[in-house]
Ligand binder design. Structure first.
Ligand code: PRX
Length: 681
């Protein structure tokens, strides 16, 4: 045992190791540069801090406004900002009506069903306009939806999902889309928090060759919400196969309504888009936080839409003639910003694919890309690893041709990047590694595709108008090129930035600003850098390399899950006394949750308990959080102040023999016992 130290040692869980070397870089091809949207280097000068915030007028001008703004940024009450104040607009008008007038027969959405023998549905801008109008009429007349209401949408990846979102936007109501794979409990928690009385769902959908009964989740959601005091007035159910009900569970009289039966009443209905103030909230999107209670990130109408429209145009290089496919789920922010709002606002064709990328085989994405002539392809490192593992040579058998590819959601290993570049992109497509978050609305760091080199494993420098900086624990700036890691922050506000956490402005300040704000009374935005919660290193050339989360959130397959949320779920198994979840390294998913639990005294460990813990986590949060392993251990390693040392457990899960310094633990002896149990030997 190490000799006693005074005072109580601070255990630093945050010290970050940096192991990598600089990678060789790649240049965009002349063919790409010749056609790109962002080729003028002067753009970056126009968006320098000297021209902040007025530079962002250029973004807002990409939209159609009912009334122009008089003030670009009202920063009088930081960190609560108002963009394009005085302006009025409607998001559904910008994503649908204005393109439908110019080019009604152009495809807005290609819906690709998972079963390969079902035809692809091509929804034109004219069709989309009709559908959005009719569904908006239904929401307004039948469900009484008004501006400012919150409408929860728990749907799979089908064309009706963007229709539902855009119908809410048309009415000035906020949508709160809950990822379709999330459980009824997760959906209910979010409805209760948002005070949302309307649930839009679908009866069933295809996933991995199975038609899943989704309506069953709606019943449990309503029950669970009622237990927390929220009455869900209406459940609106789309049919996966219009005219046929594909769920086994009966409809509840007076509460459940089949959308496809109601729609004929609204045939030909037209709903004038409600002209909303630029700063009116457009939607809520829940994301994991460290307290275990999911928080709703609130995004604005004008600032958000301007930001995603412009970043899609300049960094995805989207043009109306492109066919753009992002494989993310619309239930996450990537889908909101870069399947629905960004692409549609630019008048392009966006692909909505129902199923999993490797179904029925890993050639599926390339067949879809070939058939639809996809030019821009957007996915996550997890999907890339999965496709590589399932068939490293498969992409070269197909004749798809991408001009640009995106990676997002987690750090990508340079080796995986190179496979993506050479095999999927055939050495022709530019790759943008885009770093951002639910909270940021759109991209913050990536290279300008035609202007800058690509560097495997690094997101680029800050995008137009974004000024990244890395601080050390004490708020001192770490110089780019020093090789040192720290907290990644953004110096300035930007239009796509979240407005607040719904119903909890204090948590907004505490989570994203408090740590590096030196004067809470300051009214100068320069005193309020945005803290992203990620660790990062900035290279000499300004390229940002992300190390991952520094707070109590783990990133599983590109999805951010709260450690507390997972641990709380485990604690619902009565035998469990304590739980700690760690992110373990996984070849495919990047990181996966490994769960360590200690049982109440006198309870014998058993496989049954392990199974119940695992089931509970997937029931409470969703399958995505299901632990890779549940380890029942005699005790969890803790500091003397009682803090569980996840760092040590993570080292054990990763198979490392050296688990680091254990001298500061209250119970160091337990570490070796756990290591032997998990790693054997
Ligand atoms: O840790 C970063 C990681 O994903 C987190 C944000 O997750 P979420 O809000 O769910 O949004 C995901 C889609 C934007 C970040 O804090 N992350 C996101 N993009 C990257 C990334 N890590 C490394 N490289 C990226 N390109």
């Amino acid at each position: 045992m190490a000799q006693a130290r005074e005072p109580e040692p601070v255990v630093d869980e945050r010290s970050i190791e940096v192991h990598w070397r600089e990678e060789d870089t790649y240049q965009p091809r002349p063919e790409f540069i010749a056609q790109a949207n962002l080729t003028d280097p002067d753009f970056y000068r126009r968006f320098s801090l000297d021209n902040f915030p007025d530079c962002y007028d250029e973004y807002a001008r990409l939209l159609d406004w009912d009334k122009y703004w008089h003030t670009t940024l009202d920063a009088s009450n930081p960190p609560f900002y108002k963009w394009f104040v005085g302006g009025r607009l409607n998001a559904s008008y910008n994503c649908v009506d204005r393109h439908r007038v110019k080019d009604p027969n152009k495809t807005a959405i290609h819906f690709v069903p998972e079963p390969e023998d079902e035809p692809i549905l091509h929804v034109t801008y004219q069709d989309l306009w009709i559908r959005v109008n009719e569904f908006a009429a239904l929401l307004r007349e039948f469900a009484g939806v008004k501006p400012g209401d919150r409408v929860t949408i728990h749907m799979p990846m089908v064309a009706e999902l963007p229709v539902a979102m855009l119908a809410c936007a048309r009415l000035g109501a906020m949508h709160s889309v809950v990822f379709g794979g999330f459980s009824a409990k997760a959906c209910a928690d979010r409805m209760v928090d948002a005070g949302s009385n309307i649930l839009i769902t679908m009866d069933a959908y295809w996933r991995n060759g199975q038609l899943l009964d989704h309506k069953a989740k709606a019943d449990d959601t309503v029950k669970e919400a009622a237990a927390h005091g929220l009455t869900v007035d209406k459940v609106l159910i789309w049919q996966r196969y219009p005219g046929r009900y594909s769920s086994q569970v009966p409809l509840v009289e007076g509460r459940d309504f089949i959308v496809n039966d109601l729609l004929p009443r609204y045939r030909g209905a037209r709903v004038e888009p409600v002209s909303m103030p630029a700063e009116a909230p457009l939607f809520l999107m829940y994301t994991s936080g460290s307290t275990g209670k999911p928080k709703a990130v609130q995004h604005s109408t004008g600032g958000y839409l301007a930001y995603v429209t412009a970043t899609a145009r300049y960094y995805l290089d989207i043009k109306p003639e492109d066919v753009y496919w992002c494989m993310a789920d619309i239930g996450w922010i990537t889908g909101h910003s870069y399947i629905v709002y960004g692409p549609l606002s630019n008048g392009t064709s966006t692909v909505v694919y129902e199923g999993v990328p490797t179904y029925p085989d890993p050639g599926r994405p390339w067949r879809i890309a070939e058939e639809l002539g996809v030019t821009i392809f957007h996915t996550s490192p997890t999907a890339i690893r999965q496709l590589r593992k399932a068939g490293p040579d498969v992409p070269r058998r197909y004749n798809h041709k991408f001009k640009l590819m995106v990676t997002v959601g987690e750090p990508i290993e340079p080796d995986v990047w190179r496979w993506y570049y050479h095999e999927v992109g055939k050495g022709q497509a530019v790759i943008v590694d885009t770093w951002w978050q639910t909270e940021t609305g759109g991209f913050l760091c990536t290279q300008a595709p035609a202007l800058m080199k690509m560097k495997p494993g690094s997101a680029g420098p800050g995008v137009l108008g974004i000024n990244p900086v890395v601080f050390d624990e004490d708020g001192r700036e770490i110089e780019p090129g020093s090789g040192q890691a720290g907290y990644l922050c953004i110096r300035n506000p930007w239009p796509g930035m979240m407005q607040t956490i719904w119903g909890d402005p204090d948590r907004f300040i505490k989570t994203y600003f408090a740590k590096f704000n030196k004067n809470p009374n300051s009214k100068d935005w320069r005193d309020w850098p945005y803290m992203a919660g990620d660790g990062a290193v900035i290279a000499e050339d300004g390229y940002v390399r992300i190390l991952g989360r520094l707070d109590d959130v783990i990133n599983v397959a590109g999805h951010r899950l709260g450690t507390k949320e997972i641990e709380n779920a485990a604690l619902q198994v009565p035998e469990v006394a304590e739980a700690a979840v760690v992110a373990a390294h996984d070849e495919i998913k990047g990181t996966v949750p490994d769960l360590y639990v200690a049982l109440h005294p006198g309870v014998e460990p058993s496989d049954d308990i392990k199974k119940r813990v695992s089931d509970m986590v997937s029931e409470v949060i969703g399958k995505i959080a299901r632990p890779r392993a549940v380890h029942i251990v005699p005790d969890l390693p803790k500091t003397r102040s009682g803090k569980i040392m996840r760092r040590i457990l993570a080292a054990i899960s990763d198979g490392r023999e050296d688990v680091g310094d254990v001298t500061t633990l209250a119970n160091p002896e337990v570490v070796e016992a756990i290591r032997q149990q998990v790693q054997g030997g």
